[in-house]
Design a protein around this ligand. Sequence first.
Ligand SMILES: [Mn+2]
Length: 338
Amino acid sequence: MSWLRAVMSNRDKMQSFREIGEALLKANTIAVLSHMRPDGDAIGSAVAVARVLVELGKEVTVLNQDGVPGSLDFLPGASLVKMPSDLHAPLEVDVTVVLDTASEERVGDEVWAAFGDRGLLINIDHHISNPAYGDLNYIDVKAPATGEIVYDLIAAMEWPLDEVVRNNIWAGISTDTGSFRYPSTTAHTFEVGAQLVRGGVDVGGISQSLYESYPLRRIYALRELLKELQISCEGKVASWKLRRSVIDEFGLQPSDTEGLIDVIRSIDSVIVAVFFEELEDGRVRVSARSKTPDADVGAVCGKFGGGGHQLAAGTRLSGPIDEAAARFLESVEQVING
Ligand SMILES: [Mn+2]
C-alpha cells in the first residue's frame, strides 16, 4: 500500500523538534505556508507558528494562496496572512515552513511562484499521504491536527505561548477534531487543550465564532444540497452535489460549505459521505468522509490522484459533475463491498 510505504519512509526521514527548532532559531527570515482553501488548522497553525517566530525576533511572511476565509478572519493575528498578490518583490528567505499540507502542490503554484529563494524547507504535518517533501520533516499521522504538533514543538523548545498562539492552536485542534469528537482525539489532545485553556483561551467565544456564526447563504446552500441528496449502496453511501448554478445564485464562497458534509455523514446507516462540488473550470472537487478505516476513502481518493487520511480525503476529477460522481461512487461501493 502506497500510504504505508510513505509512512515507513516518513519515519526514516523524521527530524526531532529540537532539530527543527534549531533550524528556525538559526534563520533570520522565515516564510510560513499552508494549503490552499485553508481550514481552521491550516490558518491556526500558520498564524501560531508565525506569531512565535515574530516574538523570537524573526522577520516572518505568512502566505496562503487563497488567504484567510471570512469564516476565520475573527482569529487574532489572522491579518498576518498575506496572499501572493500582496507581495511587491520576490520572497527570499532562509527557511520556509509548510504546515498542514500533504503535498507541495497543495500549497499552490501562485505561492511557489512568489519565491526568489525559499531556503531550507521544513514540512510539519499530520496527513498520512505526506511523502516527507521537506529538507526537514515532522509528520505525525497520529496527531489529530497540525495545531497539536505545533503546540508540542513550542513546548519542547520552551518558546512563548501568548494569547494569539493559544487561540490559534485551539482553533486548529477544535476544527480538525470536530470539537474534540473524532476518533483521532487522544488523551494528549485533551492535555494540550487543558494547557491552552489554563493559559487563557476564549473557549465559548471561539466556538461561537467557528460554529454559530454562519452567513445565511450557507443555509440556503444546505437547502439546495438536501434536494440533491443521493443515498446508495443500501444506505451506506450518501452524497450530494453542489452545482455551479447554486454557487452563483447565492454567491457562495469556498468556506461557506465547509463541514456541510457532516450533515449527511451523520445519517445512522451511512458509512461513507461524499461531497461533489463543481469548480469554476468545470472540474469537480470531491471531499469524502468515512466512519471506519475499513472503508478507506484515502485509498479511493488516491486512485483518482488525490489523498488524505483513511477517514477524510479528497481529490479533483474532470467533469461533468454527474459523470464524475458516478465514477467516484462506483469506487466507493467497491471498497465497501470488499
Ligand atoms: Mn489539519
